[in-house]
Design a protein around this ligand. Structure first.
Ligand code: SAM
Length: 175
């Protein structure tokens, strides 16, 4: 599905967005996470690799076929799409966040944005988001791996919103 025609694939579920990802293995791991949890992922381009990259496929395995993924050409295109979605807050995961993620009240239609592995997100993105959350860490260490931080924050968001997959929730929601 192209960004021009994209709307939320999975309504009433938190979604993931990756800002200009530059490590295909991390992106593959996050797409596998989103497939297993029934979430959609938005890639905010340009990515630092081709989305058909072998390393991405190796990390995502056959789960990639079940991942609801949309690629947006850039930040402006992503924001144009995102702000057209009703009630869709953008929550940035950042080491600069003032709110510990477990204290933040996630809502069903939130999109959680993760930064580029090498540089996080630029200042204009920091200024555009609705909220910024952080995973508390011990003093003196820089950051977690982006896929690790996505697993932690999405786990908490799904726990709060009670939207973990259940046997009763059909996976056909992805199609
Ligand atoms: C490897 S980190 C980026 C490090 C980058 N040098 C920076 O200054 O942001 C990649 C992404 O993982 C997420 N992340 C890593 N550690 C985090 C933490 N403690 N709290 C919230 N998000 C974190 C953020 O989205 C971050 O942009």
């Amino acid at each position: 599905m192209t960004p021009d025609t994209c709307s939320r694939f999975v309504r009433n579920m938190v979604a993931i967005a990756l800002f200009q990802p530059d490590i295909p293995q991390n992106c593959g791991a996050i797409l596998r996470l989103s497939a297993c949890l029934g979430l959609e992922t938005h890639i905010v381009g340009p990515a630092g690799f081709d989305l058909s990259d072998r390393a991405l496929r190796r990390a995502g395995l056959d789960y990639l076929e079940r991942a609801a993924m949309t690629e947006h050409t850039g930040w402006t295109a992503f924001e144009a799409w995102r702000t057209s979605q009703p009630g869709c807050r953008l929550v940035l995961a950042t080491t600069r966040g003032s709110v510990p993620y477990a204290d933040f009240a996630f809502a069903n239609d939130d999109i959680v944005l993760f930064g580029r592995e090498s540089a996080g997100v630029p200042e204009n993105v920091h200024q555009s988001v609705d909220a910024r959350v952080r995973i508390p860490m011990v003093t003196g260490l820089r950051s977690l791996n982006v896929a690790t931080s996505a697993a932690m924050i999405l786990g908490e968001a799904l726990r709060q919103t009670r939207t973990f997959p259940t046997a009763a929730r059909p996976t056909e929601a992805l199609s």
